[in-house]
Design a protein around this ligand. Structure first.
Ligand code: THU
Length: 130
């Protein structure tokens, strides 16, 4: 959680002025951090969570088990980030194990599973045809 708060400091958010930090725990035990990176072409903005996933996967990770997300008011991951996290949560059972922790500067914490945040997730299993 401290790592997510530290990552938040590097947020590039001159348009929304809403800074977010993420710390993503890989199955390997390594932690990858990220912050939101905005763009003058707003739609190109990437959330803190996805930056952390891109960093981890580009370093060879394929599975993550938890993410801590730090913001001013306990932001919950957007739908796109939920889907991206689900891709690397280790299959259907993985969604039930994967923890999403929301933290804010007042020390308030909330904990969810990814299965709670993304019920009936679309996954690679649906793409497999007999
Ligand atoms: N944002 C994140 O980085 N993560 C979230 O969980 C929610 C939203 C960012 C995207 C954008 O830079 C800013 O917060 C406002 O939407």
């Amino acid at each position: 959680m401290v790592l997510a708060q530290k990552a938040r400091i590097n947020s590039y958010s001159p348009y929304s002025h809403y800074s977010v930090g993420a710390a993503l725990l890989a199955a390997s035990g390594r932690v990858y951090t990220g912050c939101n990176v905005e763009n003058a072409s707003y739609g190109l903005t990437v959330c803190a969570e996805r930056v952390a996933v891109w960093k981890g996967v580009s370093e060879g990770e394929k599975e993550f088990t938890a993410v801590a997300i730090a913001s001013d008011n306990s932001a919950s991951p957007c739908g796109a980030c939920r889907q991206v996290l689900a891709e690397f949560a280790g299959g259907k059972d993985g969604l039930q194990r994967f923890r999403v922790l929301l933290v804010n500067p007042r020390g308030e914490r909330q904990s969810f599973t990814l299965a709670e945040l993304l019920p009936e997730a679309f996954s690679a299993a649906k793409l497999r045809r007999a």
